[in-house]
Write a protein that binds this ligand. Sequence first.
Ligand code: MIC
Ligand code: SF4
Length: 758
Amino acid sequence: MAITASTPIELINAVYGRLPERVELGRRRLGRPLTFAEKVLINHLRDAEGQELERGRSYADLDPDRVAMQDATAQMALLQFMTAGLPEVAVPSTVHCDHLIQAREDGRIDLLAALENNSEVYDFLESVSAKFGVGFWKPGSGIIHQVVLEQYAFPGGMMIGTDSHTPNAGGLGMVAIGVGGADAVDVMTGFPFNVRWPTLIGVHLTGELDGWSAAKDVILKVAEVLTVKGGTGAIVEYFGPGARSLSATGKATICNMGAEIGATTSLFAYDDAMGRYLDATGRAEITTAADAVAEHLRADDEVEADPERFFDQVIHIDLSTLEPLINGPHTPDRARPVSALGAEATAEGWPLEISAALVGSCTNSSYEDITRAASIARLAAANGLTAKTELMVTPGSERVRATIERDGLLADLEAIGATVLANACGPCIGQWARHDVVEGDANVIVTSYNRNFPKRNDGLASTLAFVTSPETVVAMALAGRVDFDPRTDALIAADGTEVRLEIPVGEELPSAGFESWGTGFLAPPVDRSGVDVNVSPTSDRLQLLEPFAAWDGNDFLDLPVLMKASGKCTTDHISAAGPWLKYRGHLENISGNLFIGATNAFTGATGEGKDQLDGTTKSFPDIAKHYHQAGQPWMAIGDENYGEGSSREHAAMEPRFRGARAVLVRSFARIHEANLKKQGVLGLTFADPSVYDTIGEDDRISITGLADLTPDVPVACVITKPDGTTVTFEALHTMNDEQIGWFRAGGALNIIRARQGV
Ligand code: MIC
Ligand code: SF4
């Protein structure tokens, strides 16, 4: 299998070759027409005849066409792969270096600094990729999802990626699912990808976007309707005439941010816009191949005619009536029209002044996005205006960056004061050396990113982050205030004249084509026998993994509650990013961030609680370390949608490493629940959510009957209060037989190892 910088047409022909037959089989088995997502899934089933297909219940074994990993998660994924005893990966896989570049000065200088500061990790990733036959995209080549969209995604394909925004590739009609590293290891070792057969949410789009409304507003609207947990377990399929009116990159923005509603993935059917994007990115042969099977790369006609019959839920959005929206702070489902933000900010006591404005990220840095944003900047500069706040741009890939530079668009943005950062995640994931504000300074930032959890961008709890489209970010940067509606309000130039912004003008694709491309990709060598992978035993960035111990067969008795989280507890709260990203390859060191962002439900404090062994108050990671050293197993309690956000399996591996036996919550986000299962931690939900309230700081909890763990059968639990009284309750789990096996083995990787005989 040659690992190349793009998906070989032979692979696509093989997928399309079996598609008509699989679609027929799917229609026969389900006895009805199919949605597009169903066609793609059925075409990737390992056992298309035998697999149970009960929505929201059956676990399905699928064979994705490829795996993509970004540097911050690839380290742990590949450290796990290394322990599995295989000579090479079983499916085409790539690593993308994008998360570890810190925004400090500008793109060029920051990239050089990153190459130096992260050399040990980059060398590891490059050599481990070379050793096991993985394609390697060097730092500076771009953000994983943008590079995948430009190079690898294809309509009707299926992939997994160790990043929650992998569904970005749904913009090119791919079923692309974000997973933890252990899931990637399954697929890279030749096992199927196992996921719940999804429920289906249909989003019927009519009308066309106009004025200041952008693709971003579609997903901000959907997130407002569905909330951060409304997509859990579902694939969101967009369809209708409005869907066909959107560019492929606009579709990608919408699918990307489907992660924010917890969806398994989101996708659009193949259409002309996708064909145009494939052609523009040098993949006309894929367009030809897709055109030949186009009828199977969309839902059957009956679906669009009568969607309620086929989807579990249908949302109708008329794009012509969609207003420009902005969401935040702290949660991606809190949207309102841009025009209403000023009043809300005043009522809430949020600052009206903006301290920084950021454009780009994997979500919104397409050619179309930047042309729209630059059109605003050009008009402003021509009228003597500059941004009233710091303005930064993170291009999604070197290909986009070089193209927008060539076409003068970066110059337009720089003319109003923008700084162009590296083609990397940067401030989107806390890689931002920010000096203008400190903790406690209430300040507002606006971004065209996707997440706005507290502390995410700059590590400061006092920063309030709002998410909107790139063009609205630029308009707000020019105003320097959130109470500015670019459609109705005027800006005042230095000479006192009033300037009104015009409607942004975008170009879907560069008329002169994309800049040529080629730098940044390293194919693995043909002869890999001489490649050494070095992990220094004294490194503080990398640490080889020791297998976790198998379950000892005993019930979990009298576990202390190390942490009971109140309210939102995302993976950013459980395992912070920013400065901690440097330890992503060192399980022991990164465990120093365990739960530091979580709100202690007993005290309201952040990141600290009571050590039950010595009665003192300590940081959560210190308590975990103490319990670990003392051999004291423990558990954690969480609220709704626990583990929302990132795919980072560190949020499951750290508790596992420190001795957590169970995590008991009101509800889980999908990827995090899967990550806990994979690592052998019991993920439980309260059968009666009100039991959450009865758990006290000094209570102990026993989880019993574990020898008889059975799918669909609740687990019996007992709370023992400090005065000896007890409360019994039931907890639910979603493990099937195979997953119960992972728990018993002490993690799924131990099963792979056993099968490989290591
Ligand atoms: C994110 O956007 O939160 C990240 C950083 O890309 C994560 C991955 C990670 O934590 O490494 C994600 O989305 O999965
Ligand atoms: Fe990177 Fe941000 Fe995209 Fe995550 S959401 S992949 S941190 S740019």
